[in-house]
Design a protein around this ligand. Structure first.
Ligand code: FAD
Length: 105
């Protein structure tokens, strides 16, 4: 892809924002569909080596679709894995809600 950094930053923004709206009490359909979303992402993310590593991560760390908090904690962990790989600072997962849902106030 032409710009892995821009694609990545935009994608994380979209993914975190989408997951921040995942229900507190997800239905069976919600769970099936969020699994599908991440499966598609891991297969079709338009940076092949990123997708391959992400697929491996997903396999070794199945996503937590239990509820809103679980999904977002899981996602934070997945993003931190990429941060680590790239030598970026790890994000404090206690802050996910402020960053992606409620704002810093
Ligand atoms: P980003 O990592 O894009 O983060 C954007 C913002 O999210 C940050 O400013 C911060 O406020 C917030 N944030 C950071 N960490 C977390 C967290 N753990 N939880 C919640 N919020 C957080 N690039 C590669 O070079 N190689 C790869 O293998 C690779 N794999 C990727 C896999 C996926 C699924 C995605 C979506 C992206 C991948 N990228 C990869 C891109 C890479 O992760 C970054 O997006 C890119 O390097 C730009 O980084 P950035 O500094 O703008 O911050």
């Amino acid at each position: 892809p032409p710009d892995v950094e821009k694609l990545g930053n935009s994608s994380w923004t979209f993914i975190h924002s989408l997951c921040s709206k995942y229900p507190e009490k997800p239905s069976t359909q919600d769970k099936v569909e969020i699994n599908g979303f991440f499966n598609v992402l891991s297969r079709m993310y338009p940076c092949t080596w990123c997708a391959d590593d992400f697929k491996k991560y997903l396999k070794e760390h199945p996503l937590d679709n239990t509820d809103n908090e679980g999904l977002n904690r899981w996602l934070c962990g997945a993003h931190n894995e990429v941060n680590k790989k790239l030598g970026k600072k790890e994000f404090d997962c206690n802050l996910w809600k402020k960053r992606w849902r409620d704002g810093w106030d």
